[in-house]
Design a binder for this molecule. Sequence first.
Ligand SMILES: Cc1ncc(COP(=O)(O)O)c(C=O)c1O
Length: 468
Amino acid sequence: MSVSENTPSKPTARTGSPAAENTRKGAHAAGSAARNNAGAIARSKVIKSDPWMDSYAARADNMRASEIRALFSVASRPDVVSLAGGMPYLEYMPFDELSDLIAKMMRDKGDVAWQYGSAQGDPHLREDVLQIMALEGIKDVQPDDVVISNGSQNALDLITRIMCDPGDVVIAEAPNYVGALGVFQSFQVEVVNAATDENGLIPESFEETIIAANKAGKKVKFLYTVPNFHNPAGVTMSVERRPRILEIARRHHVLVVEDNPYGLLGFDGQTYPALRSMDAENVVYLSSFSKIIAPGMRIAWMVAPTGIRKKLILANEASILCPPNMSQMTITTYLDNFDWKQQISQYRGMYKERCDTMDAALREFLPYCSWNKPKGGFYIWLQIPEGLNSKEMLPRAITAKVAYVAGTGFYLDGRGTHHMRLSFCYPTPENIRIGIERLASVMNNELRTARLFGTSPDERTKQGIKRR
Ligand SMILES: Cc1ncc(COP(=O)(O)O)c(C=O)c1O
C-alpha cells in the first residue's frame, strides 16, 4: 500500500500562503482601510480579542494546536477508550525500588542534581547511552560526540534552528510525525513529502524530490526520517534501502536527520542497522528515553558530526542553558541499577500482544478497512473506505466513547481524511477490543447513512446536507 504521494505541503507564511499573508498584512495594517470590507471587519474582531495580534513574529502565523493535544482532555476521560495518544504503558516500571534509589541519589548528590549542568549534558549519561546505541549498530561514538536534549522534540527544534532559514526545504516521509511538522512550521520551513510504501521511504522518490526542489531554486537542508516503526505509518525502512538513501543524500549534499525513538521496540526483538551506523559524516541521529523507558523525565540525545554538534551545544545553551540535572541523574540511576534490557524486552512483549489484539479486532469488526500490521512500535495506520471522513467522524466516535487521531493531523495540506492513527500502546488488550468494536459501530452507521442518502458523508458535507 502506498502511504504517500510526492506532494509539497502548503507554502510557509513567509514564502506566501495567501491565507497567512492576508492575516499578517491585515493585522499589520489594522486601521481605517482595513474596516472597508467584510474580511477586514472579521480581522478587526480578531484584533480586538487579542491586543497583541499585530505584534507577533511572522513565524507565529504557522503555529497551530496539534490535533493530538487538542484531543487529550476528552480522550483521557475514563469512559472513553483512547486509541489516540502515543503514551507508553508504565505499569511495569519498578517505581518502588526506583524511588528508594532516587532518594539516596538526592541525599548523596542533591547539590549536583539541583544545580545547573553542562549544555552538552551529563557526562555519565552521555557514556551510558553508548550501550543503547550499540544495540542498533552504532559503535564508533564517544561520550563527547553526544548532546543531551529535553526530549527529541527539543532536539528537532535545535537541529531545525541551526540548519533552516524561512523558505528552506525539509524532505520528509508522508504521513509525517506531527511534532516534527509543528517544529518545521514554526521555523517557516517548507515540508516536501517524498513517497513511501510498506518498506519506508522510496529512494527514487527521495532523489526526484531533491532534484525538483533544486530546480525550483529551493535549498534542501535535510531529510527528516523515522526509519523504524514509523509514527504514524507503522512502517520500517527496509535494510536494503538504507545505504541507497544515504548514498543519494551524500551525492546531493543533503543532511539526514534520523529520528529513532522506537528502534528497540521490534516485537520479536529484531533491530535494524541505524542509518548513523553506516554514515558518521552525513547523519544527525536522535533517540529518546520516552518510549523505551518513560517520557516524564524529558530526556533524549543526539549524535552529530563535529561542526553540527558544536552548533547544537550552542543552540541548547541559548534555548535552555542546560538539560535538567535532576532528570539526567534519575535516568542514570535507573540505567545503573536495573536490567533495562530486560525491561525493554518486557515492553516489547506487552506491545506485541496489544498490536496482535488490535489486528485481530480490526479483522473481526472492520474487515473492509486496510492496514499494514506493524512489526514494532506503537501505531496502526488505518485506511478507511472511500467516502468516510476520519476528521468529520471524530466527534461521533468520541460520543460513542472511542478516540483516535484523524489522518489530517499528519499532513499540512488537508490529506489524510481517509486515514486514522490507532495507538495500541496504552489501552489494555480488553479495552483495545472494546474500542475497535465501538469504532466499527460508528463507521457502520456512517456507511448506512451514506447508503440511505446515496452520497458519502464527506460528499454530503460538501453539498451542505445535514446529518439526521
Ligand atoms: C517520531 C517521534 N519523534 C519524536 C518524538 C518526541 O519524543 P520525546 O518525548 O523524546 O520528545 C515522538 C513522540 O511521540 C515521536 O513519535
